[in-house]
Design a binder for this molecule. Structure first.
Ligand SMILES: *Cc1c(COP(=O)(O)O)cnc(C)c1O
Length: 371
């Protein structure tokens, strides 16, 4: 357990911003917007996020794992919401889908046959989605498999296909020709399934334009405030509202009066006259070690550079530019905030916002606002 008083970091998650982001995306499309809440809602806590999305009007959710779907059904208090499991049908798990009213995303011909056989035995045409691979080569029917179902559509008669989907490989780059190639491949191969609902767009895919929207879009990261248009020339042009704030707690401040090395590897030398603040957050909290000597924190509007290496539980900032009463034990440094958003931090760490989000630590005190 953590508390506001004792935790090394405070993670603030704005549920109103989550709802507003989802409504904004939903307003961009004529069909439905679902929400992707896999990996515990990208690390933000599906137990809180999913009900907030449901309250905003979201009726369809995607998770990666069966167990995430089972938990999500509870978080939603049972209810009517549609829950798709992207990872599909593992052998012998059919009953779990029925018990928790989950729908598998069938990713191969063998999964299609297994679901069809189960539905025939069960005596009910249960709903499932079918995933067609158009360029990821991870999951989904590939090559000639959709056409094989045109030759022998009998398994498709045993269940209800509620959605046919595919996933874009390069949606974050609007100029990548792969987007149009996948769109064309999806239109062509989805014909095998007749007049069913279709979906191809993730967050970034929504911003590729209406021809990518089909009947349903599946945003994840944009709902959580990450920029779905990373290719835009102005990096400040994130159309989404910021959801996450992270504050690290200062636990010691050192006045430097002779040159001092800071942290493991002695990679930074603090000059006399400077001040070093030590904050109780480290790579064990998902704050990437690759940010050593790179990232910035903020105290109010004042930038404080991270100096030295990121340790497991500690990071150090040069707070020379900050008044003593603002940089004192117990005070906070903004690690993610209005001046240093997730995208900026990810860029400095050489990773993507998705990874920053999904690794947000379990030791933070989580403060949910709104909702
Ligand atoms: C994760 C995922 C999404 C959501 O992607 P974002 O880029 O976070 O919007 C959509 N569809 C599938 C198949 C996914 O795996």
């Amino acid at each position: 357990m953590t508390s506001e008083q004792t935790a090394g970091g405070i993670l603030t998650i704005d549920l109103d911003a989550v709802g507003a982001n989802w409504r904004r995306l939903d307003g961009m499309v004529t069909g439905d917007a679902a929400a992707v809440v896999k990996a515990d809602a990208y690390g933000l806590g599906a137990e809180k996020i999913a009900p907030a999305l449901a309250a905003a009007g979201c009726e369809t959710f995607f998770v990666a794992l069966i167990d995430e779907g089972v938990a999500l059904r509870t978080f939603l208090g049972g209810g009517e919401a549609v829950i798709y499991v992207l990872g599909g049908l593992l052998p012998g798990t059919e009953e779990i889908f029925v018990e928790h009213a989950l729908r598998p995303v069938l990713n191969s011909l063998s999964e299609i046959h297994a679901w069809a056989a189960f539905c025939s035995a069960h005596g009910e045409k249960l709903a499932a989605a079918v995933h067609i691979d158009t360029g990821m080569s991870r999951l989904g029917l590939g090559g000639l498999e959709p056409a094989a179902l045109i030759d022998d559509p009998s398994p498709l008669r045993a269940f209800t296909i509620s959605l046919v989907l595919s996933h874009l490989a390069c949606a974050g780059d609007a100029d990548d020709p792969k987007n149009a190639e996948q769109l064309a491949a999806f239109k062509k191969s989805s014909v095998a399934f007749g007049a069913v609902k279709r979906s191809i767009a993730n967050s970034s895919g929504i911003f590729l334009g209406p021809e990518y929207h089909f009947d349903m879009v599946r945003p994840g990261v944009a709902v959580y405030g990450s920029n779905p248009t990373p290719g835009e020339p102005d990096p400040g042009s994130n159309p989404m509202a910021q959801v996450v704030g992270l504050q690290g707690r200062i636990i010691q401040v050192r006045d430097v009066d002779s040159p001092l090395s800071v942290g493991y590897g002695a990679t930074h030398i603090a000059a006399p006259g400077t001040k070093i603040a030590t904050v109780a957050v480290g790579y064990a909290d998902g704050y990437p070690r690759g940010l050593s000597n790179r990232a910035s924190g903020y105290i109010g509007d004042v930038r404080v550079p991270l100096v030295g290496r990121v340790s497991m539980d500690l990071i150090t900032f040069d707070v020379s530019g900050v008044a003593a009463d603002a940089a004192r034990p117990g005070a906070f440094i903004d690690l993610i905030g209005p001046h240093n958003n997730i995208g900026a931090l990810a860029g400095e760490a050489g990773t993507i916002g998705y990874e920053i989000l999904t690794r947000l630590g379990r030791r933070y005190h989580r403060r949910y606002t709104g909702g």
